[in-house]
Write a protein that binds this ligand. Structure first.
Ligand SMILES: [Zn+2]
Length: 643
C-alpha cells in the first residue's frame, strides 16, 4: 500500500526521523496528510501527527550524518526514552531486524551501549512500503533469514568470483611487480590533487577528524563535477575518475547552474580517491606517515618536499582557490560555465604534462629520489619492471593524438561496482604471456612467476567451472560418472588415458592457445587439465614452481600433478575434484560466504543457486593501470633514462 499526498516527499511505510523540542525519535509513516504526517512510534505504537518540517526520511538523515553515534543513542531514538547502559539483548535484536527490514546496513558486531555504531543505507534495497507492525513483533523468520545474506551479497565486490581463493596469492605477486599500484590507481592527476587537498584540510582549525574526511569528500565531489561539465557527454569516457558512474547523472542535473553533488560514490570514505590512493602516494614519496598528526585529529600524513611541490601544481590551477571557497561555504549553485572553466584548468588529461610536473612524479615513481627506504625500494622495483616492459615494447608509449587511444578508461575485473567501466584486463594477460614465452628477454625473471601462477590458476578455475556448470540446479552429480562422461566426450581420448608424466606430449595446443580457449569457456575441464599438465611438464618452469611452492595454489596442485606421475589424466581428475571441493569449503568458511558446491565423496550438489555463469580470466597485475599512468604522463622511452 503506497499512500502519498501530493507534493509530500514522504510515503506510507517509510522510516522517518522526527524532531521535537527535547528529543528526536524514529518511527514509520502511517499516512501523509496535507498538514504533514502521521507517524507511528516503535516503542509504544502510539500514532502522532508530525508537521512535515519536523520529519526527515531516515535514509536522508543517515546520508547527512556520516558519522557513528553511540549504540545507546540510536536505540533510544527507535524505542523511546530510556538510555540503556547495558543493551537488553532481545530488544537489540529487534533493532537489528528493524534496520535490516528497512534496508539499513550497520556494524552488527557493535553491541555495547557505548560502542560507536555506524549505519548506512543499502541503495539496492527494495523498500517494502507498507505500515509495519511494531518492532517488538518480530519479522517472519524466513524473511529474517534471507535478509542478512542478501544484504551481504550486495556488498560483495565484483571480484567475488574467487571460489578457490587464488586472489590473495595473485595480489602478492602483483605487489612484487608494481608495488604501490592497485587496480584503482590509474590517474596521475590524483597524485597532485590529493597532497593539495590534504595540505588544505590539515590546516583547517577546530574541526574533527570526521569533518576533515568529509571536507576531502566534498572537494572530491566538486572536482568530479567540474571535470564532468568540462568534458560534456562526448568526453566523459576520456577522463576517468573515481565516481565515473555518477557523471551522466551529474550532467543531467546541471542546467544554467550546478550544485555541489551530494553523492558520487557509494560509501565515499572507502571508495573515494583519498582511501584508494593514500598508499600509492606513500609508496611514491608524496607524503609520509605522521602518527603525531593523526593523534591530534589531523589526517595522518605529512607532505614531503616533492609532495609540497606537487600540491603547488594544483594551487596554480585557475579556479582552485575558488573551488575550495565554494566547498567550504554555503555551496550555492554556481554557473555551469564557471565550473567548466575550473574543470578545464585541472583536467587530469593535461595536468601532468609540464616538464616539471612529470619530473616530480617520476622522481617518486621510478627514480627513487627520496630518503624514505620504502620509496627507494618500491621505486627501484617499478623502474626495473617498467624498463623490462619498455624493452619488450609492451609499454604503450607515445600515445597518438586521437581521443580513443588517449582514453584513460581503466578497468578490470577486480574494480568495484563504482569503478568498473569496461572490462579490459587483456594487458595483464598479454604482458605475462609474453615473458612466459620469452624467458631470455631482459627482466623476464620478475614476470615469469606471476605468469606461471596465473596459468595454473586459470587451469584450476577452468576445471572448477566445468564441474560447476555440469552440476544440476537440483539433485546430485555422481563424480565417477561425470569423469567418465567428460573423458568420453573428448575428441582426444588418448590424452585422458595417458599417465601424467607423458600427458603433455599429447597436447598440441600451446599455453597461449589454451588460455584463449579457457577465456572463451571452451571445454574448460579438458583445457584446464591440458594447461596444468603443460605447465608442470615444462622443464624451465621447475625452478619457478619451487619459488611458488609456498603458495596455496601450488600446494593444491603439486599434490595431484607431481606426486603420482603414473596415474592417468582420467584417474587424476576425481582426486583433484575432491581437493578442489575441500579447498572451496575452507575458502568459503574463511570468507564467511556460502559454498557453491558440496560433496560427500561420491556425489556433488549445489548449495547456492547462481544465475551468472563463472567467467574465466587472469587476475589483475595492474598493467592497464600502469599504461594509463604512462598515457597521462605521455611517457616516452627517453624518460626512463633521465635519472
Ligand atoms: Zn579531464
Amino acid at each position: 500500500m503506497i499512500v502519498k499526498a501530493v507534493n509530500s516527499p514522504f510515503e506510507g511505510g517509510e522510516l522517518v526521523r522526527c524532531r521535537e523540542m527535547e528529543r528526536s525519535w524514529v518511527g514509520v509513516v502511517v499516512k501523509t496528510t496535507v498538514a504533514g504526517l502521521v507517524v507511528k512510534e516503535f516503542g509504544s505504537n502510539r500514532r502522532q501527527a508530525v508537521p512535515a518540517s519536523r520529519a526527515v526520511p531516515f535514509s536522508k538523515f543517515l546520508e547527512r550524518l556520516r558519522r557513528a553515534r553511540k549504540l545507546k543513542t540510536v536505540y533510544a531514538e527507535f524505542f523511546g526514552g530510556a538510555v540503556f547502559e547495558r543493551m537488553p539483548q532481545q530488544r537489540l535484536r529487534a533493532l537489528f531486524r528493524l534496520l535490516r527490514a528497512y534496508g539499513i546496513q550497520f556494524d552488527d558486531w557493535r553491541t555495547g551501549a557505548n560502542d560507536y555504531f555506524r549505519m548506512w543505507a543499502n541503495r539496492a534495497h527494495l523498500v517494502c512500503r507498507k505500515p509495519t507492525r511494531s518492532a517488538s513483533a518480530s519479522l517472519p523468520e524466513e524473511v529474517a533469514q534471507w535478509l542478512p545474506k542478501w544484504l551481504i551479497a550486495e556488498e560483495r565486490p565484483a571480484s567475488s568470483r574467487d571460489p578457490l581463493g587464488l586472489q590473495a596469492g595473485a595480489g602478492k605477486l602483483a605487489d612484487g611487480l608494481l608495488p604501490g599500484l592497485t587496480v584503482f590507481t590509474s590517474r596521475v592527476g590524483y597524485f597532485f590533487f590529493l597532497p593539495w587537498v590534504v595540505r588544505y584540510v590539515n590546516a583547517l582549525l577546530g574541526i574533527s577528524a570526521a569533518e576533515r574526511r568529509e571536507t576531502i569528500n566534498r572537494i572530491e565531489r566538486a572536482l568530479v563535477l567540474c571535470e564532468t561539465l568540462h568534458h560534456g557527454e562526448e568526453g566523459l569516457r576520456h577522463c576517468y575518475h573515481q565516481g565515473q558512474r555518477s557523471k551522466t547523472g551529474l550532467l543531467a542535473q546541471a542546467a544554467a547552474t550546478a550544485s555541489l553533488p551530494d553523492r558520487i560514490l557509494k560509501n565515499q570514505n572507502n571508495t573515494g580517491c583519498y582511501n584508494l590512493y593514500r598508499n600509492a602516494l606513500l609508496s611514491c614519496g608524496v607524503w609520509c606517515e605522521d602518527d603525531e598528526a593523526g593523534a591530534r585529529g589531523l589526517l595522518p600524513y605529512r607532505l614531503s618536499v616533492r609532495g609540497e611541490q606537487m600540491a603547488q601544481v594544483f594551487d596554480r590551477c585557475e579556479g582552485a582557490q575558488a573551488l575550495l571557497r565554494w566547498t567550504a561555504g554555503n555551496t550555492r549553485p554556481r554557473p555551469v560555465g564557471e565550473l567548466r572553466g575550473w574543470g578545464r584548468s585541472f583536467c587530469f588529461c593535461d595536468l601532468a604534462k609540464g616538464l616539471k610536473q612529470r619530473v616530480q612524479f617520476l622522481e617518486g615513481f621510478i627514480f627513487a629520489q627520496d630518503d624514505a627506504p620504502n620509496v627507494v625500494i618500491d621505486s627501484a622495483v617499478r623502474r626495473k619492471n617498467l624498463d623490462a616492459l619498455a624493452a619488450a615494447r609492451l609499454l604503450h608509449l607515445r600515445p597518438s593524438e586521437d581521443n580513443a587511444s588517449r582514453r584513460a578508461v581503466i578497468a578490470d575485473e577486480e574494480m568495484d561496482a563504482d569503478g568498473a567501466e569496461t572490462a579490459d584486463g587483456s594487458e595483464n594477460v598479454g604482458v605475462l604471456l609474453y615473458f612466459y614465452t620469452h624467458r631470455s628477454a631482459p627482466g623476464a625473471n620478475s614476470f615469469v612467476p606471476a605468469a606461471v601462477y596465473e596459468l595454473l590458476g586459470l587451469a584450476v578455475n577452468g576445471i572448477w567451472k566445468g564441474l560447476l556448470d555440469d552440476v544440476p540446479a537440483r539433485g546430485r552429480l555422481g563424480v565417477t560418472d561425470w569423469v567418465v562422461s567428460t573423458a568420453g566426450r573428448s575428441s582426444i581420448p588418448d590424452f585422458w588415458r595417458t599417465p601424467l608424466r607423458a600427458a603433455a606430449a599429447k597436447v598440441r595446443a600451446t599455453e597461449r592457445m589454451l588460455v584463449g580457449r579457457l577465456s572463451e569457456g571452451e571445454a574448460p575441464v579438458q583445457n584446464g587439465l591440458m594447461l596444468a599438465v603443460k605447465v608442470f611438464s615444462r622443464r624451465e618452469n621447475h625452478s619457478v614452481l619451487n619459488e611458488l611452492a609456498s603458495t596455496e595454489l601450488q600446494e593444491l596442485l603439486s599434490a595431484t600433478f607431481e606426486l603420482k606421475p603414473d596415474q592417468t589424466v582420467q584417474e587424476t581428475l576425481p582426486v583433484l575434484v575432491w581437493q578442489l571441493l575441500e579447498r572451496h569449503r575452507i575458502v568459503s568458511e574463511r570468507k564467511c560466504k556460502q559454498q557453491w558446491l558440496q560433496g560427500d565423496g561420491h556425489d556433488v550438489w549445489r548449495t547456492e543457486e547462481r544465475e551468472t555463469p563463472m567467467a574465466l580470466g587472469f587476475h589483475s597485475y595492474r598493467m592497464p593501470q600502469l599504461m594509463s599512468l604512462a598515457r597521462d604522463l605521455q611517457l616516452e622511452r627517453s624518460d626512463l633514462r633521465r635519472a
